[in-house]
Design a protein around this ligand. Structure first.
Ligand code: PHE
Length: 357
């Protein structure tokens, strides 16, 4: 009959000597696994007399429990040792500088807005502002959008839940409500631009749900389309820092201007990038026109005494054109690689003295 003491000291010696978790597991299987030495002893109990079985069974079970707990203990210590070794091997010095430290930069949209403000300021325009959350009156009604007119829907407006009064606030779909706010609060002559965020439920390579516009408004006596055309062409030439930009006016409709036009810039889209001043494509960059008499009246200005022109242009689109970005959506994706590539130095603030870009 197997000597239990010898077996126990043998197995315990093997447990103690196991160098790693897989060696320990092999010892476990050989001793207490299904066909292991200790499990084998239990199978011999069947052939014994009841008294013998009672005594021997208790002894074998006790042996198995001791071996089992020795294995558990050893396993815990091997695991701890393994973790210590791994921690030592994978030491990280968190105080070391990273391999890539990105400096912040000025977003192209902000740079382009500053460029625009700089050019228009030089042409005698003041900067006006209005809220992003607008009411129906300023965004539509005062701008001569008839009640229930489909043009209100054309703007893909983001509406808020109606208030108790039934009034629905909205995210402004254009910067034109700033025209209204300015005409209501200032007496002509007026010459302002209004840069800011605008919102429409739209997304593709040349549309994002949030985008930026610069609105322009001039109100004075004797203002006509010629002033509008000169202002925009002068702006475009200065903005692109060249005379080679070709533009075209297309007749269009806006409820708040009459006549109305859209202006496109000639560009080339063939190489996956947009290049201006060449090519056979046109990119629409702004809407414009002579301020509608109804809008002047809604703002308390006599259309027989004063006339004016207005324009609204897409800042992000002009940035795409000037700096060769193929997709408008990348502008607001917050990809640090894109920002590192297209961002501007904080020291490169555009101004008429040192130039734009
Ligand atoms: N508000 C118009 C738009 O967003 C642009 C525009 C502004 C057109 C001023 C004419 C005059 O589409």
């Amino acid at each position: 009959m197997t000597d239990l003491n010898t077996l126990e000291s043998d197995v315990l010696a093997q447990v103690a000597g196991a160098a790693d978790l897989s060696a320990l597991d092999a010892v476990r299987v050989a001793a207490v696994g299904k066909t292991g030495s200790i499990s084998g002893l239990l199978k011999t109990l069947g052939a014994m007399s009841p008294d013998e079985r009672k005594e021997r069974g208790a002894a074998i079970n006790a042996l198995r429990d001791r071996v089992q707990s020795a294995i558990t203990e050893k396993k815990a210590s091997l695991e701890a040792a393994e973790l210590d070794a791994r921690l030592a091997r994978e030491t990280l010095d968190l105080t070391l500088p990273g391999p890539y430290r990105r400096k912040g930069s000025v977003h192209p949209t902000m740079q382009v807005m500053d460029e625009m403000v700089s050019i228009f300021a030089d042409m005698g325009f003041a900067v006006a502002e209005g809220p992003d959350i607008e009411d129906d009156f300023h965004n539509f009604t005062a701008l001569n959008f008839p009640e229930k007119h489909p043009a209100r829907e054309m703007h893909d407006t983001f509406f808020f839940e109606p208030k108790e009064t039934g009034e629905r606030m909205l995210l402004r779909t254009h910067t034109s409500p700033v025209q209204v706010r300015t005409m209501v609060s200032q007496k002509p002559p007026i010459r302002i631009i209004a840069p800011g965020r605008t919102y429409r439920c739209d997304s593709d390579a040349t549309h994002t749900p949030m985008f930026h516009q610069v609105e322009g408004l001039v109100i004075d006596k004797g203002i006509h389309m010629g002033h509008l055309k000169w202002t925009l062409e002068t702006f475009i030439a200065r903005f692109f820092e060249t005379d080679a930009v070709t533009t075209q006016f297309r007749p269009h409709h806006f409820p708040f201007t009459e006549p109305s036009a859209e202006m496109d810039v000639q560009c080339d889209r063939s190489g996956g990038e947009i290049k201006i001043g060449q090519g056979s494509s046109w990119l629409e960059i702004l809407g414009c026109g002579m301020v509608h008499p109804n809008v002047l009246r809604a703002c308390g200005i006599d259309p027989d005494e004063y006339q004016g022109f207005a324009f609204g242009m897409g800042v992000d689109r002009l940035g795409m054109l000037k700096y060769g970005m193929p997709d408008l959506r990348d502008m607001f994706a917050s990809d640090s690689r894109w920002l590192a590539h297209y961002g501007f130095s904080g020291f490169a603030a555009p101004n008429p003295a040192s130039g734009l870009s």
